[in-house]
Design a binder for this molecule. Sequence first.
Ligand code: NAD
Length: 306
Amino acid sequence: SENGQAGKPAKTRDIRKVAVIGAGVMGAGIAAQVANAGIETLLLDIVPEGADDRSAIAKGAIAKLEKAEPAAFMAKRNARLVVPGNIEDDLEKLAACDWIIEAVVERLDVKQALYARIDAARAPGTPVSSNTSTIPLGDLTRGLPDGFRRDFLITHFFNPPRYMRLLEVVAGPETDPASLARVSAFADLKLGKTVVPCKDTPGFIANRLGTYWLQAAVIEALDLGLSVEEADAVMGRPFGFPKTGVFGLLDLVGLDLMPHVQGSLKRALPADDPFHAVLRDVPLIEEMIRTGYTGRKGKGGFYRLN
Ligand code: NAD
């Protein structure tokens, strides 16, 4: 693409229009938050097979947020700032966007194929960022044009984006400091995020530490024969989780995510890393996942659903 050529002037204008690609849990939530900052946001997903409405996924995601979570949009008009679409019909609209956020499924092949299309459609210099939780930046940009690599970074939001203040930002060795500064300033000033620059390491900072203590808490509680209530009485309020406790937090995050995050850290860390001590499978959690007790999104979890 044109964007791959060196020497193109970088765009310097403000971020006035944002695109979010992937209208899942994270993408829809991120789009809502950007809209709450008064910014028009394009929300794109794939065209669902056999659907009459080619933008049904993005439309459904916005409707779901409006209905189920009134707090997602601070005002009705903010919901209207999110413009639904799909990546087949609306890709050329990316040319008018000042920041493109990718929040599609956690698959390297899917993300890379999408980046090539984004690169062809975006205006030169437009920052593109991924919400990946586990894929290293170097893998995401491998084989893509230099221009793309210059404007690419990871912006790792947390679920749910409107409550979670933390934004981890990862720049690669080729990332233009101007792109990094532009996105970071926007996230700080317009989205109210605490922007933490991270190295391109497995789990970045929060998931690395978070996985450690969630795993350690479950393993210890089981070894000590504590009930969920007993464990959370100790590890809830004192550790700053007054409402959920550790086990309630696992219910919220979804138990099925644990083996996934644990597995990716296990594979990524050197064999002698002390972290491996808590990165073991927990049969109880595996059993709960197998029987549908994945937490709030399933039949229930460590706590019953009321
Ligand atoms: P999700 O499964 O809820 O949503 C993914 C969406 O991407 C789906 O709507 C799917 O149709 C769409 N999609 C798939 N391929 C696409 C393509 N080629 N173009 C456009 N849309 C496409 O996933 P999620 O939980 O929102 O996660 C999205 C990303 O955010 C992943 O990279 C994940 O690792 C990361 N993440 C997730 C969480 C979390 O707690 N769920 C937290 C932080 C980061």
